[in-house]
Design a protein around this ligand. Structure first.
Ligand code: DGJ
Length: 726
């Protein structure tokens, strides 16, 4: 039983440590159980299936003289400089210089919420008025736990926070396997997998911002062996933070693993004046005993409902001009592309970079203009409004690109405010893509960022979509706004203020659809996504590369959030490009004015098929990953609507394979008892389906057990199958 069921009203359980209170953080199927030990330290005594949680656990013993506690248990939030000698969750230099932290359980309370419960466990240092509240929000149905900490200095002197993890979890056993993600520009989200052996593995981002291009704040932890798709126990965790992070995996004692997840404490020590609190970002996680697939489906359901601003709204099929025109456009050209986009079937046109700044700062390439957000008078003499009106009159919507956190030296903004950038005295300016990062810790910059978006949208009434880009990470992390003793606050204050701008935009424009982008996939995390509906995964849009990349994102992000555009990258067959892009939030970066007839026909058909048959099931269905990219010459997945009335299967031949036709693919998640009509959709215009089961019916059980033979053999062959229950 959860506290939610036990207590319809606020439950306050004030207990001395000796009362050996059992604290249960429970969802539908998992439970994280804590209990204070004999000395009052809070101990994690269970994390696993809820029905396997101990009913009347014995109170754990305190640490022995060597500092080792009960080997079956682990401190819930170990303090540094104490008897605990591993990587601490929290460490503090107290006002008197004492560097040890010894936290004791004080009390806890659980408040029922519509979607689960909120538990606050109060810990306090044994001597100092130093407080840590461990916070847990459960999403009961989705089996997701969101955990964070609220750290408070109750003393009358300033303290220094040196470690401040969002969560610290312990696991037992020697066979723990870590899957994490790394990359570079246009090459995001490569998968790395390794067994965790004695010592520490640190997955860290030190780029300040946009670092997700290189390292992502999400991981899978196979407990008992490597991560598998449909079997085995797996922890899936994602830190909701867009700045520096540290995911620390420490195998200290044999058979004991501690996972600390949080903001990277390095170069981010926090000075905490008397009475002040510091709140860490959320670490979001689930534990699946049915492999990664089940864990991902939980994340997707959670993200669609709570983690993003999707709110059940189908996402537009849009055409963006970036890959098609780059910086080379004017009003007439854009109006022509808008018309052609409408003719193709797009529902929205998105105008990318290059529409702003004037005179010698004109944004006609990436060397100038960032910071000056007035439309360019030569290219757009009448501003943005004629473009919005033009789009509306053709019957589609309009969206616009901005990059509010950046500046070019060639801009009025920099000329007027050279002190608004992130840099340090006595160091040369350092550029990425010819631009500098604005110092978001400065209130004027925070205001500038909001105003750039607000004024742009106000100058273009009727705009319904925004692409928010950010193309440089931070170097020389200094701020002329923060005092000399507060320079280490920059990394964190930057992100806190950035989130304030994101929240303000979301509140001011509640109906706006917003895509987060950062030089490709530099900012794909649930910290930012709380204010967005979708993200740009990568500037690499070659469908052959997008298959594994989108597969990797799919461990944590639902298809509705994954912007998946058809372009000419890689010069792949148009049908293949559509069949790949249609497995996410379909869009295009195409100039339909220049497309040959055959490609036009393929594109029109793909867009129509997506809108008519696929959008609901792709964007709101449960995902089953069937054949992983790289595991063979073919890759496939399927989506199923929650009521299992409809499913869509995507299969892509990534290499030639003469024997492919003999191999079956087995869809997942169908209702075994219902019959489904099978139809191959998006068959190349002029061709007929060669699928054996085309327009036939089979039971869900037959399809899932016997599988389906696909008419694919050559690289770039692809098929999209629709299953409709009848
Ligand atoms: C980087 C983004 O990833 C691209 O899609 C495009 O918006 C460019 N920036 C524009 O400068």
């Amino acid at each position: 039983m959860t506290n939610r069921i036990l207590a319809p009203l606020l439950l306050i359980a004030a207990a001395a440590a000796a009362d050996a209170e059992v604290i249960r953080i429970a969802t539908r199927s998992i439970e994280l159980t804590y209990m204070p030990d004999e000395n009052g330290e809070l101990i994690q005594i269970h994390f696993g299936l809820r029905d396997q949680a101990p009913q009347s656990p014995e109170q754990p013993k305190g640490p022995d003289s060597a500092g080792y506690g009960d080997p079956t248990a682990g401190s819930a939030y170990p303090g540094g400089g104490s008897v605990f000698v591993g990587k601490p969750a929290v460490s503090v230099r107290h006002a008197d210089g004492n560097t040890s932290t010894v936290l004791h359980y004080l009390r806890h309370e659980t408040t029922p919420e519509e979607s689960g419960s909120l538990t606050r466990i109060e810990l306090k240092d044994a001597h100092y008025p130093f407080h840590v509240d461990l916070m847990f929000r459960t999403r009961e149905q989705e089996d997701i736990i969101e955990q964070w900490s609220v750290i408070r200095n109750g003393s009358d002197g300033e303290i220094l926070l040196r470690d401040f993890a969002s969560a610290s979890l312990t696991f037992q056993g020697d066979e723990n396997w870590l899957t994490h993600f790394h990359g570079s520009w246009a090459n995001e989200m490569n998968i790395a997998e390794s067994r965790l052996t004695a010592g520490t593995k640190l997955i860290e981002n030190r780029y300040g911002t946009m670092g997700n291009l290189y390292v992502a704040p999400h991981f899978l932890l196979g407990l008992g062996g490597p991560v598998r798709e449909n079997e085995g126990t797996v922890l899936l965790g994602s830190l909701a933070w867009s700045g520096n992070f540290a995911l620390n995996f420490e195998v200290g004692l044999p058979g004991r693993l501690r996972v600390n997840a949080g903001i990277h404490p390095e170069s981010s020590e926090r000075h905490l004046p008397p009475g002040e609190t510091f709140t860490t970002p959320r670490f979001i996680y689930t534990l699946s005993t049915r492999g990664a697939g089940e864990g991902s489906r939980r994340f997707h359901r959670w993200a669609r409902k709570y983690g993003t601003r999707i709110n059940g709204k189908p996402q537009f099929v849009l055409n963006n001009n970036w890959e098609a025109t780059g910086f080379d456009f004017d009003e007439a050209k854009i109006l022509d592309i808008i018309q052609a986009s409408k003719d193709l079937g797009a529902e929205l046109f998105l105008l990318d970079d290059g529409w702003f700044a004037n005179g010698e700062n004109a944004r006609i390439n990436d060397k100038a203009g960032l910071g000056d957000w007035e439309p360019n008078r030569e290219r757009l003499p009448n501003g943005l409004k004629p473009l919005v009106d033009g789009a509306k009159s053709t019957g589609i919507e309009f969206g616009i690109w901005v990059e509010p956190e950046m500046v070019n030296v060639k801009s009025e903004l920099y000329t007027n405010h050279p002190d608004w950038i992130v840099t340090q005295p006595h160091r040369p300016l350092s550029f990425r893509r010819n631009q500098l990062v604005l110092d978001m810790s400065r209130p004027e910059v925070r205001e500038h960022a909001f105003r750039c978006i607000d004024e742009t949208l106000k100058s273009a009434p009727g705009t319904v979509y925004l692409k928010w880009d950010s193309n440089s990470y931070m170097t020389h992390p200094g701020s002329s706004h923060l005092g000399p003793d507060r320079q280490s606050h920059l990394y964190v204050d930057f992100i806190h203020n950035l989130y304030q701008v994101m929240e303000r935009v979301a509140e001011a424009y509640p109906d706006l659809t917003v895509m987060i982008c950062s030089g490709g996939g530099g900012r794909v995390d649930y910290g930012s996504l709380a204010w967005f509906q979708q993200f740009w995964p990568s500037d690499n849009t070659d469908p052959l590369r997008r298959i594994p990349m989108q597969h990797a994102y799919s461990y944590f992000f639902p298809a509705a959030t994954i912007s998946s555009h058809v372009t000419h990258a890689g010069q792949r067959p148009p049908k293949f490009a559509f069949d790949v892009a249609m497995s996410g939030r379909l869009g295009m970066d195409l100039d339909p004015r220049k497309m040959p007839e055959e490609e036009l026909a393929t594109s029109k058909q793909g867009i129509e098929v997506y809108k008519t048959h696929l959008r609901d099931v792709v964007q709101f269905g449960d995902l089953y990953r069937l054949e992983a990219p790289g595991s063979g010459p073919r890759s496939s997945l399927n989506y199923v609507l929650e009521d299992r009335s409809k499913a869509a299967l995507f299969a892509w031949q990534t290499a030639d394979d003469e024997s492919a036709a003999a191999r079956t693919v087995k869809p997942g998640g169908l209702d075994p008892e219902r019959r489904y009509r099978i139809e191959e959709v998006n068959v190349k215009p002029g061709d007929t389906s060669k699928l054996e089961l085309h327009e036939q019916s089979r039971s869900g059980r037959e399809l899932m057990e016997e599988g389906i033979k696909l008419p694919l053999a050559r690289q770039f062959d692809s098929a999209v199958l629709l299953f409709t229950a009848h």
